[in-house]
Design a protein. Sequence first.
Length: 324
Amino acid sequence: MEYTTLGSTGMDVSQICLGCMSFGSEEPWMLDEEEGREIIERAIDLGVNFFDTANAYSDGESEEILGDVLADYDRDEQVVATKVRFPVGEDTPNASGLSRKTIEQELDDSLERLGMDTIDLYQTHRVDPNTPPETTLEALDDARRRGKIRHAGTSSMWTHDLVEQLRTSEREGLIGYETMQNHYHVAYREEERDMLPLCDKEDIGVIPWGPLGQGFLARPFDELERTNRGDPENFHNPTPEYERGGGKEINERVQELAADHGVTMAQIALAWQYQNEYVDAPIVGTTSVEHLEEAVEALEIDLSASDVAYLEEPYEPQPIIGHE
Ligand SMILES: NC(=O)c1ccc[n+]([C@@H]2O[C@H](COP(=O)([O-])OP(=O)(O)OC[C@H]3O[C@@H](n4cnc5c(N)ncnc54)[C@H](OP(=O)(O)O)[C@@H]3O)[C@@H](O)[C@H]2O)c1
């Protein structure tokens, strides 16, 4: 495994973050505790030390599963990231958002489900238009002072929103966001316009979600619906969106390069992430040990500059996906 320093946090994280959205029972493609344990344990065997979950994933079950498994390991070696913003269960008053009340309640619940005293990286999952940034940042700052979180990160938003948050932290002397978990892969590169250069300048760690285009880049574009998760009945199927803006051609070029390098499509899509100058660690979601092993093996793939240019060439600007 290769490790990198996550933005300004100083924490060493594996170049692969294990996404834990697939643990729980809310969707038919999710894994229960026993199956989830197999993936997490194998990830640790392979040197993965960075895990991403959220309070809302399968209504808290993802945090419980991750916490139960990590309890058998040395906590000091693991970097655990979770999120707040969306409700756990029904969206009753104060169940969601980024008010002080919601953050304090949700943070305590996340700590309990994870069975931990502190969260290494506590991320706001989206902007909350009803709460001023000062209020959210003050609550996060207090949480850090109380030792409940070590660092704050955030997730998909407009660049101008992140600028506002960073300025607020600086002006008020509050905790600042040190990581950005954004939507970014070779068939969706809108983040290169402003967000990624901003993160680079501010030393904000970049940990993209959906690095495989949520499965789109892992198989020929006309085969996604054949998978359990790709079935539109089971999950919002992103294929029609990713097919825009040169997406079909990018998918075909991923297939071609996979054949040339003798690897899988998913490995080409991940090799592109690992070699990307902006990315610290893509957050890979998988329900299969074999796919996890492929993700780790892909760290060995050396894409040439012309391979990268070939993959990127068909891309055309497209509407934003994932800020809402
Ligand atoms: N911040 C946010 O708003 C946000 C949004 C979405 C996700 N996330 C985070 O990002 C993580 C990853 O997101 P994601 O799961 O949506 O996207 P992803 O990692 O791009 O894609 C996952 C999909 O790719 C498939 N896959 C993975 N490896 C494969 C391989 N080697 N061969 C073939 N198929 C493969 C998986 O199928 P198998 O299960 O069969 O391997 C799954 O259907 C989540 O777990 C979560 O932690 C955050």
